[in-house]
Design a protein around this ligand. Structure first.
Ligand code: SF4
Length: 327
């Protein structure tokens, strides 16, 4: 049987995950783990670019791993591991740093978006070098595919450039990875912002109980022209409708016509939406409770994943050192 191609996906451990993470990444990762040899990176060094305070990193990591498990990621098929526990990440990062110019990194559109979105006044080297560390993360595992949203495609392009440059300079070690684009890559935030994001405080968490979801949806922005219940609305500008698209596809046509005609009011429409989201979250929340009472299992998953990841990383670094005639 042909070997499965390997892919690498990663996330920064910033705590409990939200529906935006699910729609933009996790749902796709769960599907991909059956088609590919998947490795799942917990990018705990990358998190330092936006938060130097590491007090919460361990708890945030555990919370994130629980969310990965409850949505269906299988650590037997696809190991979970922390970047900080595999020292080869930093070693390869250093070597790759010699292969990219400062001007190339400054042209990275993702950096510009991050500086704007997070109001960053002083760009640290960690921001600039972020795609180099990401390239090391991917190529250390010889990842041939990287599941990403559109915004991360420029980073995959830098990874491809680094792989090409390394191979040209020292001999072939790395295949150039390709982006595997996530189809439904973004969920609009509850405030109407283009992206659901923890830093913007506009999220529905995977661990939110029904009363919390109901309260959050109640405050969600809708079509500003639909002021009274019977006013005709425009579903295409309403974020609640975009949630229906994802979590309530069966009733979509009915909701659309009810909104346009004015027969459906926003209060009822939001209630339908929160009930569908709660239906989706209910088994996830139950599984989370089980795992929270069984943290040793979660920790063991990390230790096992790190052992598997380390053995691949060590082998790649041996090839790199040999190609570079180091030692
Ligand atoms: S009826 Fe529903 S889709 Fe239409 S504006 Fe109100 S919340 Fe949005």
């Amino acid at each position: 049987m042909a070997e499965k191609r390997r892919i690498l996906s990663g996330m920064r451990p910033t705590g409990k995950l939200h529906l935006g993470h699910y729609v933009g990444a996790l749902e796709n990762w769960v599907k991909l783990q059956n088609e590919y040899d998947s490795y799942h990176l917990i990018a705990d060094y990358h998190v330092l670019t936006t938060n130097l305070n590491i007090d919460d990193i361990y708890q945030n990591t555990i919370d994130m791993v629980i969310d990965w498990l409850v949505v269906g990621l299988d650590p037997e098929k696809s190991p979970f591991f922390r970047q900080s526990q595999i020292k080869e990440h930093t070693e390869l990062f250093l070597i790759f740093s010699m292969l990219v110019t400062k001007a190339r990194l400054e042209r990275n559109p993702t950096l510009k978006d991050q500086v704007r979105d997070l109001n960053i006044e002083n760009i640290i080297y960690g921001h600039l070098g972020y795609p180099i560390l990401q390239s090391a993360d991917i190529l250390l595992y010889k990842g041939e595919g990287v599941p990403v949203g559109e915004d991360q495609v420029p980073h995959v392009e830098i990874t491809r450039e680094i792989a090409r440059k390394f191979n040209k300079q020292y001999g072939f070690v790395f295949r150039e990875p390709k982006p595997l684009l996530t189809k439904f890559s973004r969920l609009v935030g509850l405030d109407g912002d283009a992206k659901m994001s923890k830093s913007l405080g506009n999220t529905i968490l995977l661990s939110d109980e029904p009363d919390v979801v109901n309260a959050k949806l109640k405050k969600a922005k809708t079509d500003p022209q639909k002021i009274r219940r019977n006013d005709p609305g425009r579903p295409e500008v309403c974020l609640v409708f975009s949630y229906h698209k994802k979590f309530n596809p069966d009733e979509l046509a009915e909701i659309e016509s009810g909104c346009r005609s004015g027969e459906l009011g926003c209060v009822d429409c939001k209630l339908k939406c929160s009930s569908k989201i709660n239906e989706f979250l209910s088994p996830i929340i139950d599984k989370r409770k089980e795992l929270e009472n069984n943290l040793d299992t979660v920790k063991e998953i990390l230790v096992n994943g790190e052992t598997r990841a380390r053995s691949v990383a060590t082998k790649t670094m041996e090839e790199v050192r040999s190609a570079m005639k180091l030692g």
